[in-house]
Design a protein around this ligand. Structure first.
Ligand code: FAD
Ligand code: SF4
Length: 511
């Protein structure tokens, strides 16, 4: 009788303790990976996301085989593929005489719930182990935050203390403060030069043809002949090294900057490799700390980078597991509009949105501020339904997995959780976008105008948003100033602004 170990597409962690087991005890283990339609079809994914995950899974299976493990791999196009975890497992249990199944904790609620029922469906024991990837213990945090979720800042400080990161001998933060965000907010004006991405170009045409011939519906450009993302651990490590040496030194200062000249500026582009577990968060943090210790990176930059991984990434996962499944239904602001049609083709005259969306369709990537302050901000101001916004973000980005996508989208960006992730809505007018980018220069709209000919839609929608949610938001001390400014505007100016917003809301698809 054999044991079956299931490896999901985002569990490609070769350093998991499973793979240290050798000898007689491990000889009867069959490792199983499967490409199935229930995973390709639960949302419309970007072509690069489906392709990247399948290519990485196939590479991982080959690496396991080369290391002597027994692997059974089900391809998308295999005739006997049942395209469902449980149905495929049932077939394998019979075929190989499997007496027990072992699995790693799934990161998505949808998959974890399904697999929790596997034992009773299959009639054999199914045990579960930790994925050994995250830095905060999921059960402990889900319990601890069941009633009250702390602000990210305090969650992050606790983890810094637990892992002794950037602390002096007295447990105090190196550099004298926990947070250097204030120093990390510059616009990029062409200097320093933006580094090239680490060059990768795998030819994945055969996998792409299989995906297409099976009829999987995707969005965006597959770039199958020249696939640019890391799909093996060796590639991911080389990519990380290239980033810490070339991008990290300027990461902090230009973290919030946006430009038409580069989709990524000084950002790492490591979220895909991290989320499918080719990289471990601690190794990423240590690679950044080594640059700081060598004197090549400032404290504000390294702290800003560590905060993203040890802070935000772990925090959003904590919120997700403390609040699912209820979290997926939250709609605090009662937003119900459809997402404008140009979110799927970038065909809008608004330059910032055109750029952020077209680069996402081309490359399955946008950096954090583009996601938050351009695409997310517009959907928030226009009052789009969180379900629609979630589905778009879950599909379009190569790094999108629900545990990290949903708290960022529904929580941080759409404020649909009423302030669990962020303490106020991330709503901004054109003045923020103009301050942090060069988008407004080439735009059809005028970033200075609130109403009238060519007025930037962000401006009137910004005020419309605040006026329609005044009851809920005006008492928030972090937004009070906005309402004071509104109060100082003449009645005529207020009316013209709100009327302009109404006009734009009626023709959202044609902006
Ligand atoms: P960098 O800016 O270089 O940051 C380094 C790493 O820090 C990232 O790779 C990521 O692992 C981590 N990180 C940074 N910010 C966050 C954050 N807010 N939450 C979690 N991790 C963070 N990230 C995803 O991994 N998957 C998603 O589906 C996703 N959806 C998002 C949706 C919205 C609306 C917003 C506002 C943010 C979303 N993020 C998501 C967070 C963030 O935008 C991406 O992690 C980041 O842009 C990935 O690019 P990078 O590797 O160049 O990041
Ligand atoms: Fe975006 Fe408005 Fe600037 Fe145009 S003017 S790029 S729409 S913020």
């Amino acid at each position: 009788m054999s044991r079956l170990r299931l490896i999901l597409g985002d569990q490609l962690n070769i350093n998991h303790s499973w793979f240290r087991e050798r000898g007689a005890d491990a000889a009867d283990i069959i490792y199983v990976l499967m490409e199935i339609r229930s995973e390709t079809d639960y949302v419309v994914h970007h072509a690069q996301k489906v392709l990247g995950i399948f290519a990485a899974m196939r590479g991982f299976a080959n690496a396991l085989r080369a290391a002597g493990f027994h692997v059974h791999y089900i391809r998308l196009g295999d005739a006997d593929n049942q395209h469902h975890f449980i149905n495929n497992l049932r077939e394998l249990v019979n075929r190989f005489g499997i007496s027990a199944i072992e699995r790693q904790q799934a990161d998505e609620y949808r998959v974890e719930s399904l697999l929790l029922g596997a034992s009773s469906e299959l009639g054999i024991p199914v045990s579960c182990v930790d994925s050994e990837h995250f830095l905060a213990d999921r059960e402990k945090i889900a319990k601890k935050y069941a009633d009250k979720i702390p602000r990210m800042e305090f969650f992050y400080r606790e983890l810094r203390k637990q892992y002794r990161i950037l602390l002096d001998e007295n447990n105090q933060p190196i550099g004298g403060q926990w947070n250097f965000d204030q120093e990390n907010r510059n616009r990029w004006k062409g200097d320093p030069a933006i580094p090239e991405w680490y060059a990768l170009s795998a030819d994945l045409t055969d996998i792409w043809q299989e995906i297409q011939s099976c009829g999987v519906h995707t969005m965006g450009d597959a770039q199958a002949a020249n696939f640019p993302w890391p799909i093996t651990r060796a590639q991911a490590k080389a990519w990380l090294k290239h980033f810490v040496e070339n991008g990290l030194p300027n990461f902090g200062e230009f973290q919030d900057a946006m430009t038409t000249q580069s989709p990524r500026l000084f950002h790492a582009g490591i979220s895909f490799a991290l989320n499918i577990k080719l990289l471990h968060p601690l190794e990423v943090i240590h690679a950044a700390l080594a640059e700081y210790e060598a004197g090549r990176v400032s404290i504000s930059t390294v702290e800003g980078f560590v905060r993203q991984i040890l802070g935000w990434r772990e925090f959003v996962r904590a919120v997700y597991w403390a609040r699912m499944p209820h979290y997926a239904e939250l709609n605090e602001l009662q937003h119900h509009r459809r997402l404008p049609r140009w979110y799927w083709d970038a065909d809008t005259k608004m330059n910032c949105l055109h750029h952020a969306i077209s680069q996402s369709l081309d490359g399955a990537y946008a950096h954090h501020i583009q996601r938050l302050m351009v695409t997310g901000n517009f959907a928030l101001l226009a009052g789009c339904a969180p379900d629609e916004v979630d589905a778009w973000y879950l599909g379009i980005y190569i790094d999108a997995f629900e545990w990290v996508e949903m708290p960022n989208t529904r929580g941080m960006s759409q404020y649909a959780d009423g302030g669990l992730v962020g303490s106020k809505p991330y709503a901004g007018s054109a003045s923020y976008i103009n301050k942090m980018s060069d988008y407004c220069k080439g735009c059809h709209y005028n970033h200075k105008r609130r109403h009238g000919e060519g007025a930037c839609p962000f401006n009137s929608l910004y005020w419309h948003f605040h006026v329609r949610h005044a009851q809920r938001l005006a008492r928030n001390p972090r937004i009070g100033m906005t309402y004071k400014l509104w109060g100082k505007m003449s009645e005529q100016e207020q009316t013209l602004t709100l009327t302009q917003a109404e006009i734009y809301l009626k023709k959202l698809d044609n902006l």
